[in-house]
Structures are given as structure tokens and as C-alpha cells.
Design a protein around this ligand. Structure first.
Ligand code: PEP
Ligand code: MG
Length: 586
């Protein structure tokens, strides 16, 4: 660990999962390509030359589009590395030497390129000037890019990572996060991503510190660099100086202390000072997370994302397998209820088997309930599995991405068919509550019509904000426009609660907004009955809840609705929080 000299670099990304990690970098998408040199016949030489040219063109295309993309946010000083790499790809020596190896030695293009790389590297290693010597690394990066294109090599799976490291990657998919072993990966940092992307949600679920949307972190670090990351603020320090190191070590200890203190709230009731109760539950993707919900005092599961059962496999799970999974979850969470959401794939949750990736606009495509209604047999298998699990504890069911009443009626008709198919064969809860997610603006506008059809609403603020504001929830360039306090979002929330209560049904929230303690006074004041969130947030939200009165919360909610912009609402809310609850925020 080199801490003496101060070549520290401070970067700021999006804090996606709280927690401080200090450790060594492990880059996952800059792995060396394994190349085998093979001899080819004279008749194959033109083909190899063409492969080389094609791979170089492809690598240039990739780099050029990266440059174009970065040019909107970065000045020339940041783009010069990419320019240098592009120039290297045009370098006649690099291409000329490789061409000669192919022609003279009769070897394949990747073998020839590797030989060129070795020669260039030894040349640069012999250079005295530090700056020039380091340019050898650039050549290697560029050649690796071309080689990777040529051999079509895929990224190394996260599960293969050894040691205790902070993973740095261009992007990590939900499937990658699923493979994280916390004893080896103590945090991760990515170029891409937003706070409510599914990778970020999973990171919070697993309590793995994460900073996303750093845009160029993979170009800034090397394997083995010492790095500090703060998953709450998004701060990242590469090669920290001793002072920053000490500072963050203290912050880490403080965070862990607060977390221990929060856990003490576990058994205290979720009530306001004047005795108003609000249910606080957990969102889960995996049965393993129930331990964390219990540890943090959750009163059940407000959102079980069943799609995770469908990831990372070649065949879709049948009714029996789903039943086993749901029943295990229900048994383990009992006596608390489990709210199971039917399959919600599409958007940034792609299942390759279902071939959804061809859509021009996957977020607006055949996803969630739309997909289920197109595949009624598979949908009924899921509904039967959920119904059967209700024999083991309290189960509630809800449908994602509902846009209108017709969809709800169709889904409920299939639900009735599923019940008919089970009667006499299996026991299940005949009165199982059926709800819908409110996450599409049309559902907000017709919330009164929808409320007449179902037993509860659960607002998915992640998608509701995305679709209301037309802001891609996974696009780091738009993260500043993703505004939970936008008046359109706040008015939508109010419309939903009012419509639910007018019809005598519950209004819940299971989007990420529910887990932000500073929003609690608003959500409470608007009248929400239940909030479901990542487990770590439960005691933090409870702490504020227990310091609120309903009158104060209503006052905050009423006032916040009067502002014209999210920034004004935010400034007001920050003032209120500072005045009323400052000592409750750590
Ligand atoms: C939401 O959209 O807020 C939600 C809870 O669903 P998901 O994040 O799974 O899309
Ligand atoms: Mg959603």
C-alpha cells in the first residue's frame, strides 16, 4: 500500500449503495486477452490481413463513439487519451509490423499482433523518460482492445475474482452483481449506471458499497491501485494520501457504529409521536435477504421481485420450481406477509431467453404484465405457484407496469382460472389480496378507475419518475434530471393516495423513494399506509417516523406541493429536516 506520496485523485460519482470500502482495485473489463499463435497456409494470409484490418476498424469505431459521447461532458484534456489511442490505431508501425509478421511468418493475425505488442513494450520499457515510458501502457491497452475484438472474448465472470478487492468496471449487469461474493468483493465502482438501475438496487440489497456513473473510472485506475469509495456520497479517491486514508478509516468506523445503533431500533414500533402507524417493509430479490430484513426490523416483504428467479439460467423455471422458491420465502418470512410481484422483465432487466433485446425501446416494449398476458400459460404457472405458496403464510400478489383497466381485468381473469385449476388439488388462500404497481403515468391519471378493480396500490417510484419525466433511470448523463421532488411526481403521488383512500384500499410505495429518510415526512403526510425499501433503510426511516407527528408531516406534504420546481421543494425540505430532525440524520 503506497500512501507516502500524494498523487491522489478525487472523483465524484453517484452513491448507489451506502458503505465505505478501502482496498485495492480489480478491473474486470480490462483483462488481458489470451491469444494463441498458429501457423496458417499461404492461401489464408489474405484472410488474416483482412481480419486484422476489420478488427482495427471496429476498435476505432468503438473508440470514436466513446470519444463522441464523452465530448459532450469532457474537455479536450480528458479526451486526449482517447485521441492518442485512436492515433495509435492509425500508426503505420503498429499495423505495418503486424502485417509483416503475418506475411513473413505465415501466422494468424492475433499471434502477429501479440508479437508486435511484445516488441513495442520492450522498446518502451527501455526509454528513460518517465512520461514516454508510460506510453507503452497505452499501446498495450489499444492492442488489447483490437485483440478482444478479434477473439470475441467475453468478460471474466465476477464469481472468479479472488482476494479482497474493489471491482472497477465499465458496467456491471444485475447478473454480475448476483455473482458477487462479499468476502472477496468489498465494493464496486462503474463508469455507467444510475441510482435506480437494477445493478444499484441489487448492490443495496446485498449491502455491497457501490458508486456508479463515474463515466471514466476504468481509464483512471490500474489493477492493484489503492482506492477509497464512499457509497453514500459517491466520493472516490484513487491512491489516497495518508490524511484522506485516516479520515475515511474514521468515517468507515463511524458508519459501522451508526449501523449498529440503527439496529437497536429494530424492535421499536413504527409509529409517529402521536401514535399513527405506518408499515415499514423490505424489498427482496433473494431469500437470503430475509435475514437482513429481520435484522433491520422489517414487518414483512413489500416487494419480492420474482424476475431474479429467471435470471442466469438457460430454461425458465416451471410451476413446481417457482412454488418451492415462493413457499420457502413465505415460510421464512412468517408470520409477516410477503407481497409477490409477477414477472417484471424488460427495460434494464433483460432475459436473453425471451429475446427482448431486439426492441428499439425496451423500456416501452413488451415487458412486465404485457409479456405475461402474451404468454398466458407461463403466467398462470406463476400465479398457481404463488397461490400454492399462500398455504404457508400470508401472501399478497401484484402486477407490474399496469397501464390500464383492461390489463388488470385480463390478469385477474387468468388469476381466477389459476384458482380453478388448483381447487381440489392444493390448498391456497381464496381471499389472497391482489394489487397493482402504479408506475406508469396513465395509471396515475386513472387511479380512481383502477382502485375499483384491486385490493391495494403499490407505487413504483423508480419507473414512475422515469416515465413521468421521460428520464432513463439508468442513464448517468441524465441523473441530475431524475427528480423525485419534481411537482409532477409529487402531484402524482397525491393523486394515487387520494384515489386509493377514496376507494377504501391501501396505498403503498415500493420504489427507492420509500427508502430515503428525508422523504418520510412527505410520504407520511400524503397519507401512504406502507413503505417498502432496502433493508438497511428501514431503521433510518423508522427513526424519522418516530420523531414525526401527523400534523407536522401533513404540513410538510402540503407545503412541498406548492413549489414550482424540484430545486425549490428540495431547498424547503432540507430546511425543514434541519429544523425538525437534524439530530436524527447521520
Ligand atoms: C419501481 O419501478 O419503482 C419498482 C419498485 O420496480 P422496479 O425497480 O423493479 O422496476
Ligand atoms: Mg418498476
Amino acid at each position: 500500500m503506497v500512501l507516502e506520496k500524494s498523487n491522489a485523485k478525487h472523483l465524484k460519482g453517484i452513491g448507489a449503495s451506502a458503505g465505505i470500502a478501502i482496498g485495492q482495485v480489480r478491473i474486470t473489463d480490462r483483462r488481458r486477452v489470451t491469444v494463441t499463435e498458429i501457423t496458417v497456409g499461404a492461401d489464408q494470409v489474405p484472410g488474416e490481413l483482412a481480419r486484422l484490418a476489420k478488427a482495427i476498424e471496429r476498435a476505432k469505431g468503438d473508440l470514436a463513439s466513446l470519444r463522441h459521447q464523452l465530448a459532450t461532458t469532457h474537455g479536450p484534456e480528458h479526451l486526449c487519451v482517447i485521441d492518442a489511442h485512436l492515433m495509435l490505431l492509425d500508426d503505420t508501425m503498429l499495423v505495418g509490423e503486424t502485417t509483416q509478421y503475418i506475411e513473413r511468418l505465415g501466422i494468424n493475425a492475433e499471434g502477429a499482433l501479440k508479437r508486435t505488442l511484445i516488441r513495442f513494450k520492450s522498446f518502451f520499457e527501455g526509454v528513460e523518460d518517465d512520461y514516454l515510458r508510460e506510453r507503452g501502457g497505452d499501446v498495450e491497452t489499444v492492442v488489447e482492445r483490437v485483440l478482444r475484438t478479434m477473439v470475441g472474448e467475453k468478460q471474466e465472470p465476477i464469481s472468479k475474482i479472488e482476494g479482497k478487492v474493489i471491482v472497477v468496471a465499465h458496467d456491471l449487469s444485475p447478473a454480475d452483481i448476483l455473482q458477487i461474493d462479499k468476502s472477496k468483493v468489498i465494493g464496486f465502482i462503474t463508469d455507467l449506471g444510475g441510482k435506480t438501475s437494477h445493478s444499484a438496487i441489487l448492490a443495496r440489497a446485498f449491502e455491497v458499497p457501490a458508486v456508479v456513473g463515474l463515466e471514466r473510472i476504468t481509464g483512471e485506475v490500474a489493477d492493484g491501485d489503492m482506492i477509497i469509495m464512499d457509497g453514500a456520497t459517491g466520493a472516490v479517491i484513487i491512491n489516497p494520501d495518508p490524511e484522506a486514508f485516516k479520515d475515511y478509516l474514521q468515517k468507515k468506523q463511524r458508519y459501522e457504529y451508526v449501523e449498529r445503533e440503527m439496529l437497536k431500533l429494530r424492535d421499536l414500533p413504527s409509529v409517529t409521536l402521536d401514535g399513527h402507524r405506518m408499515r415499514l417493509k423490505g424489498n427482496v430479490e433473494f431469500i437470503e435477504e430475509i435475514a437482513s430484513i429481520n435484522r433491520h426490523g422489517g414487518e414483512g416483504i413489500g416487494l419480492y421481485r420474482t424476475e431474479m428467479l429467471f435470471f442466469n439460467r438457460n430454461t425458465l423455471p416451471d410451476e413446481e420450481e417457482q412454488f418451492e422458491a415462493y413457499a420457502a420465502l413465505v415460510r421464512k418470512m412468517a408470520p409477516h406477509p410477503v407481497t409477490i410481484r409477477t414477472l417484471d422483465v424488460g427495460g434494464d432487466k433483460c432475459l436473453t431467453d425471451l429475446n427482448l433485446s431486439d426492441e428499439m425501446n425496451p423500456a416501452l416494449g413488451v415487458r412486465a404484465i404485457r409479456l405475461s398476458l402474451r404468454q398466458p400459460e407461463a403466467f398462470k404457472a406463476q400465479l398457481r405457484a404463488i397461490l400454492r405458496a399462500s398455504a404457508f403464510g400470508e401472501v399478497r400478489l401484484f402486477f407490474p407496469m399496469v397501464s390500464g383497466v383492461a390489463e388488470v381485468r385480463m390478469a385477474k381473469a387468468l388469476f381466477e382460472e389459476a384458482k380453478d385449476e388448483l381447487r381440489g388439488l392444493f390448498s391456497f388462500d381464496e381471499k389472497l389480496a391482489v394489487g397493482i404497481m402504479i408506475e406508469i403515468p396513465s395509471a396515475v391519471v386513472i387511479a380512481d378507475l383502477l382502485a375499483a378493480e384491486v385490493d391495494f396500490f403499490s407505487v413504483g417510484t423508480n419507473d414512475l419518475i422515469q416515465y413521468t419525466l421521460a428520464i432513463d433511470r439508468t442513464n448517468e448523463h441524465l441523473s441530475s434530471l431524475y427528480e423525485p421532488l419534481h411537482p409532477a411526481v409529487l402531484r402524482s403521488l397525491k393523486m394515487v393516495v387520494d384515489a386509493a383512500h377514496a376507494a377504501g384500499i391501501d396505498a403503498c410505495i415500493c420504489g427507492e423513494m420509500a427508502g430515503e429518510p428525508e422523504y418520510l415526512p412527505i410520504l407520511l403526510g400524503l397519507g401512504f399506509d406502507e413503505l417498502s425499501m432496502n433493508a438497511v433503510s428501514i431503521p433510518r426511516v423508522k427513526k424519522i417516523l418516530r420523531r414525526c407527528t401527523m400534523d407536522a408531516a401533513r404540513e410538510v406534504a402540503d407545503r412541498v406541493l406548492t413549489y414550482s420546481t424540484a430545486a425549490e421543494a428540495d431547498a424547503y425540505l432540507k430546511g425543514e429536516i434541519a429544523a425538525r430532525f437534524s439530530e436524527s440524520f447521520d
